[in-house]
Ligand binder design. Structure first.
Ligand SMILES: C[S@@+](CC[C@H](N)C(=O)[O-])C[C@H]1O[C@@H](n2cnc3c(N)ncnc32)[C@H](O)[C@@H]1O
Length: 418
């Protein structure tokens, strides 16, 4: 447990963190680090000096979930984050106080009690640059400011940016004109959202470029859909997954030689094709599924943009795909796909925090290699208990996607026992 400095004006939030309101104390916000249990909502303080210690503690905590549940390899492959400017997306409340507007975060238990965010060193350089510029624009133009309650930033390492502005009122032509002028001045795309309204000026996505094993891939990332928040870590996760697809050894970094070039790859929870695009070249054919319609659409665009032509993507829940592959009911969304032509040897899963659960875990146990990416070590360990009956965990990695929070992304390679 870390010592937390308590600044003047600090208050304890319901998640256990201590914060100082910068307006009251003129200080940076502070919190107490509490690795277990609490969900972290207000991650305001950047603490590079305690980064190493926090990551060590989070890693030990993640590994502890496996005690008595499944056997991990002794070595943890550790992927560290940049200490600052690592978050490509951020959401802030916008608070108005007389003539002044400011960015704020609120604890879920005290939604009317804002903590002002003056700067956010964890956010990408582009977000940090845009924050004061956006506030200046909004403060200067009543049409943009009136009933604005939230601003969401989505950026890339290449400087692309979409800012969504959320309002408690319907948006009209005046708003559109002013937003268009601001869009041109700031060099961003703007989305105006209100009840049953979404105005897009001029696009609702960014395009990220990622270099993996010497090759550049491009990713269309939709505003409002899932994207990996930490771009540096996301690239390291892709390289790790490629390496895990071909080798049981952590020492093989580049996936130069496809292991299963004559066999096929299945991906569940594929999102916008983030892992699919990087792993597809290692296999003969790939089947990737995902529940979100907009993410599947983005995945199609991303396959085409990267010249990936051996992937079929279908909008199906993981549970539906398990059912279909086991000869269950017929799915219209699979009518053009002949599942019998696939010789699936490797599966990659990247489920939400709830993990795969019993049904999907038992289904995955039939594959030779399982690459399991997880944002919740607790559910990863639970699912590994099932998979551990047939598979050995050959590799275990932690990716520090969320520095200065209790959260830790992890990856496990499970290989079927002979
Ligand atoms: C952690 S995200 C990973 C997305 C993708 N692998 C990536 O790296 O961007 C989890 C994804 O699972 C999808 N999802 C949630 N529940 C699902 C289910 N039951 N079946 C299939 N996909 C699901 C979400 O829409 C989301 O895109």
């Amino acid at each position: 447990m870390f010592r937390a400095s308590v600044a003047l004006g600090a208050r304890r939030l319901s998640n256990g963190y201590l914060f100082a309101c910068p307006r009251a104390a003129g200080a940076r916000a502070r919190r107490r680090y509490r690795p277990s249990g609490a969900t972290c909502r207000l991650d305001v303080e950047c603490r590079p000096s305690s980064y190493d210690e926090e990551l060590r503690e989070k890693t030990a905590h993640a590994r502890a979930h496996f005690d008595g549940v499944a056997t991990l390899p002794s070595r943890t492959e550790t992927f560290e984050s940049a200490r600052e400017e690592f978050r490509m997306r951020a959401e802030f409340k916008v608070w108005h106080d007389g003539d002044r507007s400011y960015f704020a975060m609120c604890d879920s238990d005290r939604p009317k009690d804002p903590v002002e965010v003056v700067d956010f060193p964890m956010a990408s350089a582009r977000i940090r640059e845009l924050m004061p510029e956006l506030l200046r624009e909004v403060t200067a133009t009543e049409t943009l400011r009136r009933k604005l309650f939230q601003a969401n930033f989505l950026t890339t390492t290449t400087g692309d940016a979409v800012v969504s502005l959320l309002y408690h009122r319907q948006l009209d032509e005046d708003w559109e004109r002013e937003a268009e002028a601001m869009r041109a001045r700031l060099g961003i795309d703007v989305i105006g959202r209100a009840r049953k309204q979404k105005l897009v000026l001029a696009k609702d996505f960014v395009t990220e470029k990622v270099l993996i094993d010497g090759k550049e891939f491009s990713y269309k990332q939709l505003e409002g859909s899932f994207t990996q928040p930490n771009a540096g870590i996301a690239a390291q996760m892709l390289a790790w997954a490629r390496s895990a697809a071909v080798s049981d050894s952590p020492d093989v970094v580049a996936a130069a030689t496809p292991r299963d070039a004559n066999r096929d790859f299945l991906e569940l929870y594929c999102g916008n094709g983030h892992f699919t695009i990087a792993l597809a070249p290692l296999f003969r054919k790939c089947l990737a599924t995902e529940i979100s319609k907009s993410s599947v659409a983005a995945a199609h665009v991303n396959m085409a943009a990267n010249g990936i032509d051996n992937v079929v993507t279908a909008r199906l829940s993981a549970e539906e795909l398990c059912d279909a592959l086991d000869g269950g009911r017929e799915y219209t969304r699979l009518k053009d796909i002949d599942l019998t032509t696939y010789d699936l040897s490797t599966v990659l899963v990247d489920p939400p925090r709830a993990g795969m659960g019993d049904e999907v875990s038992k289904f995955c146990a039939r594959f030779d290699r399982i690459i399991y990416i997880s944002c919740n070590p607790e559910t990863l360990a639970r699912d590994c208990k099932i998979l551990g009956e047939t598979h050995e965990i050959k590799r275990f990695a932690v990716f520090d996607q969320f520095p200065y929070t209790p959260h830790l992304e992890s990856g496990a390679l499970l290989v079927k026992r002979a």
